[in-house]
Design a protein. Structure first.
Length: 114
């Protein structure tokens, strides 16, 4: 099954395979499957064509996923930078944004300013 630029493996459970789509986590995957009446043990190969179409429509209508979500996140970061907020300043400086400790534990985010 190919849905939203993701190839879902047919022998895996649908609830776990939906989580491969960027923007769908465990909770949202469970909500989607519950609303469509798919059990916890339903495999991807067992999903009918009609259910597949319902799944596609539900995700398109209810969720922002994939490239649209990435673009929205990028726009939000750019908005913080333009208005000059503290979060925007931290993004520009490539430092942790959400109040994390920087003295010892920010090796992956904190870049040298040289």
């Amino acid at each position: 099954m190919y849905i939203f630029n993701q190839n879902l493996r047919p022998l895996e459970k649908i609830r776990f395979e939906l989580q491969k789509i960027y923007g769908i986590g465990k909770c949202q995957s469970n909500m989607i499957c519950d609303s469509l009446g798919l059990s916890e043990k339903t495999l991807v190969k067992d999903v009918s064509r009609l259910t597949y179409i319902k799944l596609q429509r539900l995700i398109q209508r209810e969720l922002i996923i994939g490239a649209d979500l990435k673009r929205e996140i990028k726009e939000n970061i750019q908005r913080h930078i333009v208005i000059g907020s503290y979060k925007g300043f931290r993004h520009v400086q490539k430092l942790p944004v959400r109040g994390q400790r920087t003295k010892t534990n920010a090796k992956t985010r904190k870049k040298s300013l040289i």
